[in-house]
Every structure is written in C-alpha cells, then in structure tokens.
Design a protein around this ligand. Structure first.
Ligand code: GDP
Length: 325
C-alpha cells in the first residue's frame, strides 16, 4: 500500500500544483480500500471549490488511429504556444484484462510527458468500467484544482467507455482513418453521433487525397444526424500529427465550441446535468455494491441463479426474493 498523507498535505500539495502530490492524490482516489476512500472523500471535498475551471475534451478512436501521436502533437501546441496547462487521463476498462493500459506506455508521448506544464496519467488498472470512470472523474477534479485548465480524457473507441467519457467532458473528439472501408472502422454509429468534431488522422503523403475524400464523406454523413441540443454542428477536419498540419485547427474548433456554448448557456447547463447524472450513477453503484457484498445475498445467489437457469423460477420472482432478504 502506498504511503498515506494527511488531508491538508494532499490538499495543499494539489492546490500548489505539486505534481508528485497530485499523482499521490490520484492514487488515493483510485484505491479501493475503505480507509483510503474515506480520506479521498475528504481531499476531494477540500479541493472541489477549486475544480471545474477547465475545458474537458474526450478523445477517442480505434487502436492504431494515431491517438497518442495526435494527443502529443495537440498537447505540445497547447502547452508551448497557447500557455495552457494540460492533463491527459485515460479511461480503459480493458486494462484489467491485458494488465496494461492505453497510456501505460508513456514512451508514446515522451515529449509531452516530460513537459513541465503537462501531466499524463494512465488508466487505473484492475477496475470495472464504473470504477474506472469514477476514479477518472475524481482525477479530473484533482488535476483542475492543481491548475490544469485543459483536460484530455483518452479512450479506446471500441467499447462502452465512450458513453461514460462523453458524460464527463465538454467536447468529444473522434479520430478516424481514411480509406479503411465504409464500415466506420468498428466505430459504432452511436459514437459518431456523440462527436462534436471528427478529425481524419495521418493526412500526409500518399494518404492526403484519401483523407480529404473521407473528410467530405463523413461531413455529409454527420449532416444527416439531427441537430444536437448544443445547437453545434459537428465539424470534420483532416490532420497529420507527423507534419503538424491541421492540428492547431482542431484546437481552434474546440475554442469556438466553448465560446458558442458558453454564450448560449449550454456549456454550464450541461455540466450541471452531468453532475446530476454522476450523483445518480454513484448512488446506483454504491447500492449495488452494498447489495452484492451482503453475506445473505452471496449465500443465496448461486442457488437462485440456478433456479432461474433451469426455469424453476422467474427472474423477477428471484430478484424480488433476493431483494427481500
Ligand atoms: P493509437 O493506438 O491510436 O494511440 O495510435 P498511435 O499514436 O500509437 O499511432 C499508431 C501508428 O500510426 C504509429 O506507428 C504512428 O507512428 C502512426 N502515426 C500516428 N500519427 C501519424 C500521422 O499523423 N501520420 C502518419 N503517417 N503516421 C502516423
């Protein structure tokens, strides 16, 4: 177990922008030990008034689309020329199976990782999707309290984690490849619908023409979706993390989105809705965890499952019986 500090040591460390203490505080909120969780809650309560002043961007795309290369290029643009302080977090529930995680290999972003104004944190390993998203959301608050005014949340665009990430960010960016077939590269239509912007990656060399064609196709496809509640029309661009072409443009789009939605009030409203959403999610998860942790439930569950499997009892009747224990 990692060494523990006092609430004020964590809080003062985070608020002064001390990266080591920020890292330790994130380790604390990721811990599943009940004693750590109590301490983490106190630290979170203390820093929360200083959180929230950031732009939160979700970035997704299938493995190999160029996420880490793009995040490094865009990230360096933000810290070197825009004066931002960036935090990059990852949501990867699959890391519990592979043992690794999408940001685990920091060498993929070594320039950014070494930059004093950037903070990179891999996905917490060995947790359920619910556990990973809660820890990431809390890590986001800690990073904001430490003065990071732009937060990237990276996720692999193949699973259900995108919906969770979408509900914790202001802007959702989808990375796509040109010429990889009409199958939307395993990206579900639902993920396309969540995107505020799509950028066709690796638009360089021989790939440039195909990228421009793909840009037009995706732009047309997005036009068919109904207008989002944000009243924002999603934008499709091309970019190359290799040459840097189109990378600053993506940030300009995020800034335009923030301006437009702050002016309309949507930005603030959505953050409030997200807070309510997470309130209910947390209650649901906590109740569920308590329920399944009860000895009587653990004792009776196998037999009840067996009865439902063999058709001796209906699922509803069985659930009512367990809930009534
Ligand atoms: P991720 O799995 O989505 O994080 O993808 P990576 O960032 O690891 O990139 C996958 C591969 O694509 C690597 O071999 C990169 O060198 C390559 N790549 C990434 N960005 C570009 C780009 O802008 N242009 C070209 N030509 N290759 C790129």
């Amino acid at each position: 177990m990692a060494k523990r500090f006092s609430v004020s040591e964590y809080t003062d460390g985070v608020l002064s922008g001390n990266r080591v203490m920020l890292s330790r505080a994130i380790t604390l909120v990721e811990s599943t030990l009940p004693s750590d969780q109590a301490l983490a809650q106190q630290v979170l309560d203390a820093v929360l008034p200083h959180a929230g002043r950031s732009v939160r961007v979700g970035i997704t795309g299938v493995p190999g689309v160029g996420k880490s290369t793009f995040i490094e290029a865009l990230g360096l643009h933000l810290v070197n020329t825009q004066g931002h302080r960036l935090a990059v977090l990852a949501v990867d529930p699959s890391s519990q199976r592979s043992g690794g995680s999408i940001l685990g290999d920091k060498t993929r972003m070594n320039l950014l990782a070494a930059h004093p104004q950037a903070f990179i944190r891999p996905s917490p390993a060995g947790r359920s999707l619910g556990g990973v998203t809660r820890a990431t959301r809390e890590a986001m608050a800690l990073c904001e309290a430490a003065g990071h005014d732009v937060i990237f949340v990276e996720t692999v665009g193949v699973g259900q984690s995108e919906t969770a990430v979408h509900s914790m960010v202001d802007f959702f960016l989808l990375l796509m490849l040109a010429g990889a077939g009409d199958e939307l590269q395993g990206i579900k239509k639902g993920i396309m619908e969540m995107a505020d912007a799509v950028t066709i990656t690796k638009a360089d060399g021989d790939n440039e023409l195909a990228s421009r064609r793909a840009r037009r196709e995706y732009q047309n496809a997005l036009h068919l979706f109904p207008l989002a509640p944000s009243a924002w029309s999603p934008v499709v661009t091309t970019s190359s993390a290799l040459t840097g072409a189109g990378v600053p443009e993506v940030w300009a789009i995020v800034e335009r989105y923030v301006q437009q939605t702050q002016a309309s009030g949507y930005f603030q409203r959505r953050r409030q809705e997200q807070n309510l959403h997470w309130l209910h999610e947390t209650i649901r998860e906590t109740l569920e965890a308590h329920f399944f942790a009860r000895p009587e439930v653990q004792q009776h569950l196998p037999a009840v499952q067996q009865r439902v499997l063999s058709g001796q009892q209906s699922a509803f009747g069985a659930a009512a019986e367990l809930l009534g224990l």
